[in-house]
Design a protein around this ligand. Structure first.
Ligand SMILES: [Zn+2]
Length: 254
């Protein structure tokens, strides 16, 4: 009986659509919001609302996760997958929000094979088959100032997308075989540029640690520094543009 009441409430919230106040928050917070065409905006609104409702938003100790925080994370996550089939981020069941930088104590590995037992500060993490973790102050700074070239929500959700086919190899599921072939060529070339120090500072050098991190930081560059990425790595920018279906050069100055 309780279950059916919760189900009815969920359906009512979904049917009511994104509240106007949330639309206003997005319009104030995200320069990309007005640039979405009607089709993409409808899809993005439906999925953003669904993510806010269905994901378990869990506060770190002594913190409170508000609807505004959930909206700010979900809105950016759903921008990333706006051209992907429904359910591309269905693996995200819970999101843990910390007030600020998370310091991981004990053994921790950011890169396969390298384990550290020093306290490690992190801004976010996509635990495989587990929750997403974010530092709220970083999420907010990234949303306000995309020109810094960083976006922790896009970075961690790029990992989720990459892992959708079961392997974190820097290649998310790509339906079009021709795009998949060009994707591998373009990513391999740009990855080697990063590894060999030929990238002119557009892609975070952290992308050189492995292809999965390369895809995550290239995604950040695509959305945060789209003009610079197009100049430095035109093929990479081109395949990302076909894949993501939105071109951040339309709304970004960087
Ligand atoms: Zn990463």
């Amino acid at each position: 009986m309780f279950g059916s009441r919760r189900r009815r409430e969920r359906e009512e919230r979904l049917a009511a659509g994104l509240p106007d106040e949330w639309r206003r928050t997005c319009a104030e917070r995200f320069s990309w919001y007005p640039a979405l065409d009607q089709d993409r905006r409808d899809r993005w609104e439906r999925r953003t609302l669904q993510m806010v409702i269905d994901v378990s938003w869990e506060p770190a100790r002594d913190f409170v996760v508000t609807d505004e925080m959930a909206l700010t994370v979900a809105a950016q996550a759903q921008l990333l997958v706006v051209d992907q089939p429904d359910g591309a981020l269905a693996g995200v069941r819970s999101v843990v929000v910390h007030p600020t930088t998370i310091v991981v104590e004990g053994e921790f590995s950011q890169v396969d094979g390298i384990v550290s037992d020093e306290p490690t500060p992190i801004l976010g993490e996509a635990v495989e088959h587990g929750p997403l973790l974010f530092a709220w102050d970083e999420v907010l700074d990234d949303a306000h100032d995309p020109g810094r070239g960083r976006n922790v929500v896009l970075h961690e959700c790029a990992h989720v997308l990459d892992q959708y086919d079961g392997v974190a190899d820097g290649t998310p599921p790509i339906a079009d075989p021709d795009l998949a072939r060009r994707w591998v060529d373009a990513c391999t070339r740009a990855y080697e540029d990063v590894v060999d120090g030929r990238d002119p500072g557009v892609i975070d050098p952290y992308g050189g640690v492995n292809p999965a991190e390369f895809f995550a930081v290239a995604t950040e560059a695509y959305f945060c520094s789209p003009h610079a990425l197009r100049r430095a790595h035109p093929e990479l920018s081109g395949v990302l543009s076909e894949f993501f279906g939105v071109d951040p050069r339309e709304w970004s100055r960087h």
